[in-house]
Design a protein around this ligand. Structure first.
Ligand code: ADP
Ligand code: MG
Length: 236
């Protein structure tokens, strides 16, 4: 699906990333180029340590490439100031992690309110949106609980609510079921699919789930610093 201007939502242009280690530079990604159109689900696969999380961090602007450019919604991330990148990330990106990363000192509702507050949305309007989002992940009755009182699957559902509540242009998910049992993981993936793909949202996800791989618009394997397009996926 193309956005009205026809430009991709995300574009990486010859992006390289090297880490300095003990005075030596180690290349993790080498001149990687990809495009993500609005409404697409793109899946990243690859061995542990191949650079999948590194790639997500470059797309979210948490980290900067050693060379090349990352464009999101037409913005060249390396040209932004750190402040501008922070604002971009808060507004435009929703991140879902393997280990949930909820704030343990905040209640479930407060966790979901956080992205709204960071975007200047407060008061009854914010509360209504957070409550509606908790309802969408079937946790409306757990708003007052603290994260450590919830199961892993419930915590990830809160994290999904938090990632979506401010309606970001782009959702990034890094092995969202990596810390869940198979059945719970499948429930989380079904929920994520309903709230993202079926709602026309754009997502870049690291996962090895065959179900997700089988329905993705494209599947890219990170291997030895390069991105390799996996064979055409089965028809939906
Ligand atoms: P994946 O998510 O595919 O498991 P990562 O992107 O986390 O892989 O890591 C890719 C490689 O980059 C690994 O070898 C890892 O050790 C290295 N790496 C990741 N982050 C850093 C960092 N901040 N400093 C140095 N090396 C790093
Ligand atoms: Mg990783």
């Amino acid at each position: 699906m193309l956005n009205p201007t026809g430009a991709p939502l995300v574009r990486l242009e010859r992006v390289s990333k090297a880490y300095e280690e003990a005075g030596r530079s180690r290349v993790v990604l080498h001149e990687v180029s990809i495009s993500l159109n609005a409404g697409e689900l793109v899946v990243l696969v690859g061995k542990s340590g191949s650079g999948k999380s590194t790639l997500l961090n470059l797309v979210s602007g948490i980290d900067l490439p050693t060379s090349g450019e990352v464009w999101v919604e037409g913005r060249p991330l390396t040209k932004l100031s750190e402040r501008e990148r922070t604002l971009f990330r808060r507004r435009s990106v929703g991140f879902i992690f393997q280990f949930f990363n909820l704030v343990s000192t905040l209640t479930v509702l407060e966790n979901v309110l956080l992205p709204l507050e960071l975007n200047g949305i407060t008061g009854s309007q914010a509360k209504a949106r957070a409550v509606a989002m908790l309802d969408a992940v079937s946790l409306a009755d757990r708003g007052a609980s603290y994260p450590d009182k919830l199961s892993g699957g419930e915590q990830q559902r809160v994290a999904i609510a938090r990632a979506l509540v401010h309606n970001p242009a782009l959702i990034l998910a890094d092995e969202p079921t990596g810390n869940l049992d198979a059945e719970t993981g499948q429930q989380v993936l079904d929920l994520l699919d309903r709230l993202t793909r079926q709602a026309g949202k754009t997502m870049l996800m690291v996962t090895h789930s065959p179900e997700v791989v089988g329905t993705a618009d494209s599947v890219l394997r990170v291997r030895e610093g390069h991105l390799v397009q996996e064979p055409a996926v089965v028809a939906r």
